[in-house]
Design a protein around this ligand. Structure first.
Ligand code: AKG
Length: 308
């Protein structure tokens, strides 16, 4: 296929994303943009009311994923999910609220001007989206600040994003921007390169008919292929880098054992109809007031599919 003109990425970067299923773009944001995001994240932590908070913890295991109303209605709001280890046996916070939050989500890109600017009003971001040709007409689905608090910042086990942000066909694409240096000690992300080509999406995270959330199998569990094995690559990152994450690539992050936070801003895009279907089973639902915002002013005329 003839290569078309690229606006931000090089053809080598596009090819690397297609081969590995992820791509780190150093220095994507300017230092003042990173500073603004970090400052705003800290202001949000300072300003939220812990007295009115339901003490919802953010858990990521297969058996105990978060699924209460506070979580399920957070798609168009700015809400605060707590580290499991920040709540003591008495059910109360065991540290100051600023050091207890696992993540802030899931409507930062809509509700907050600082996050909106880098997500929806960012010409460089749009250029990356055009160059990747991953989606015809992407919409922003959700956004989060992941805090990875010192000592208690929980591990994120091996997963792929299209399981949690499901469309038919799968189309999730993650944008992950460290706001602080990410090291092996503070829980940098690591990836299984190429796993997006061999690990199909076999289950999806849904609202359960009886309430809460759980997984629906897309193939019978006994027929689901085991996750591919291989060598994970740890991506140490600097503030302002952008890591693009294919929705099928396996990735994870370890517990933060250091005494420093590891703030990162991340958001996800999905394809929109008629190219992909987003249904009512998904945990995150758009509302009439806040439909998922489109990213591109003009949809990509062609896309180049990649993945299992
Ligand atoms: O920031 C992290 O540690 C994990 C992020 C992640 O895995 C995701 O957003 O899919």
């Amino acid at each position: 296929m003839a290569e078309s003109k690229l606006d931000y990425l090089t053809q080598e970067q596009v090819d690397q994303f297609r081969t590995d299923g992820y791509l780190r773009l150093p220095n994507f944001l300017e230092p003042d943009e990173v500073e603004a995001l970090l400052l705003r994240s800290k202001q949000l932590l300072d300003n939220f009311s812990i007295e009115e908070h339901p003490l919802t913890k953010f858990t990521t295991g297969d058996d105990n994923h978060v699924g209460d109303e506070y979580f399920l209605t957070s798609g168009d709001k700015i809400r605060f999910f707590l580290e499991e280890d920040a709540i003591g046996p008495d059910g109360k916070l065991n540290r100051e609220k600023q050091k207890a939050v696992n993540k802030i989500g899931h409507g930062l890109h809509e509700q907050d001007a600082v996050f909106r600017k880098v997500t929806l009003e960012n010409e460089k971001m749009k250029a990356v989206v055009r160059d990747l040709k991953f989606h015809h007409d992407p919409v922003a689905l959700q956004s989060m600040v992941i805090c990875k608090q010192p000592h208690i910042g929980g591990e994120v086990p091996e997963h792929n994003d299209s399981t949690f942000l499901y469309t038919n066909p799968p189309s999730a694409l993650g944008f992950w921007i460290p706001l602080e240096k990410c090291t092996p000690e503070n829980g940098a992300l690591s990836f299984l390169p190429g796993s997006h080509l061999t690990a199909p999406i076999t289950k999806r995270f849904v609202r359960m008919p009886g309430g809460g959330t759980g997984f629906e199998h897309l193939v019978p569990p006994e027929e689901a292929p085991p996750n591919p094995q291989g060598k994970y690559i740890l991506e140490a990152c600097m503030p302002g880098d952008l890591v693009l994450i294919h929705g099928s690539v396996l990735h994870k992050s370890e517990r933060n054992t250091s005494s420093h936070t590891r703030f990162a801003y991340t958001f996800h895009m999905i394809e929109s109809p008629p190219h992909a279907e987003y249904d009512a089973k998904n945990w995150l639902q758009p509302t009439p007031e806040t439909p998922f915002p489109h990213i591109l002013d003009t949809p990509n005329p062609t896309v180049v599919p990649v993945g299992a």
